[in-house]
Design a binder for this molecule. Structure first.
Ligand SMILES: C[S@@+](CC[C@H](N)C(=O)[O-])C[C@H]1O[C@@H](n2cnc3c(N)ncnc32)[C@H](O)[C@@H]1O
Length: 301
């Protein structure tokens, strides 16, 4: 299996030549390559996911990585082999790893060059030599510039976890099951992706939603009709107020032409401990540490 990492640091108006057509023999009217039995498991709208040995959980490398299992499940549900997957906020490339495993072509974008450099290493370690040739490319650029790289109606799935507004601009707590097993040097520290003003992780809620929606507006013409667009997100607590990021995103996405298909709950109780009793004894709040949202939209046919 061939993989490539591309570094492009300036705007570019050259369309990428990357595979996007299905290479399997599944009937054209099938949404994926799954058997009915496998499909049924995908119908359960509460997902429990596990990290595996290859997952990167070192916060010095990246502060907010999702497990390979998350994009993997989405890719299996919404694409065929050979098709093209897009991650507009690719971080250190977890979606690209999942795509490589599943023989899908994939493109990922991130503002932070250090993350893009890391992806290069990560993908090359994992080469397995069988199956169709697919490419996974990581590009260092603002997701707003994605239209410069793609051809119309070529993407079968857009899947990502964007920054959760300026959530990282808070002191980190100690919530992981593993917190007893190791020193947590990030405890009570603020750790952001970057201080780039275009980094969505630096933005307050209104500005964040506006910037996110503008990026997705640019992406829409590049999705195939009925292509799914999955966004993993969490709500924000600030100054004892809940900001329902997930519902702001739904509202924004529907305004620009995406249609909401499913809301899936990522149940994180197998990964998170020490939720605490915030608000006790006179105020009931849950800090959304035990679950996250997986919002599933599509480009309507
Ligand atoms: C939650 S992280 C994604 C992590 C990724 N799922 C992984 O597993 O590695 C969000 C990423 O969005 C990137 N980012 C923020 N604003 C961006 C923008 N305007 N364009 C592209 N990437 C951006 C950040 O650098 C950060 O790596």
């Amino acid at each position: 299996m061939e993989t490539k990492t591309l570094r492009v640091e300036t705007d570019c108006d050259k369309k990428l030549n990357i595979g996007f057509k299905k290479t399997c023999n599944c009937p054209d009217n099938h949404i994926n390559c799954l058997t009915p039995k496998e499909w049924i498991k995908g119908q359960v709208a509460i997902w429990e996911l596990y990290y595996e040995g290859r997952d990167i959980r070192d916060k010095d490398i990246h502060p907010a990585v999702f497990p390979i299992a998350l994009p993997k499940k989405c890719i299996e549900l919404f694409t065929h082999k050979g098709e093209l997957v897009l991650d507009p906020f690719v971080g250190i490339g977890t979606t690209l790893i999942a795509a490589q495993d599943l023989e899908r072509n994939a493109l990922g974008f991130d503002l932070n060059k250090e993350y893009i450099d890391f992806i290069d290493e990560r993908l090359n370690q994992l080469q397995i030599d069988f199956g169709e040739v697919t490419n996974q490319l990581a590009i260092c650029d603002d997701a707003l510039n994605i239209p410069n790289y793609l051809n119309i109606e070529t993407v079968s799935l857009c899947v990502t976890s964007p920054p959760y507004a300026n959530m990282l601009n808070h002191k980190r707590l100690n919530k992981s099951f593993r917190s007893d097993l190791r020193e947590n040097k990030h405890y009570k520290k603020i750790q952001q992706y970057s201080d780039n003003p275009r980094d969505l992780g630096t933005m307050k809620m209104n500005e964040y939603i506006e910037a996110l929606v503008e990026i997705y507006k640019g992406i829409l013409p590049f999705l195939k009709p009925k292509a799914h667009c999955v966004i993993n997100v969490n709500d924000l607590w600030e100054n004892n107020c809940r900001y329902p990021t997930h519902s702001f995103i739904i509202e924004g996405m529907e305004k620009i032409g995406y249609q909401l298909r499913n809301i899936i709950i990522w149940d994180k109780r197998n990964l998170v401990n020490k939720v605490g009793i915030y608000g006790w004894p006179n105020n009931f709040i849950t800090l959304s540490t035990t679950f996250e949202y997986i919002l599933d939209f599509w480009r309507s046919p």
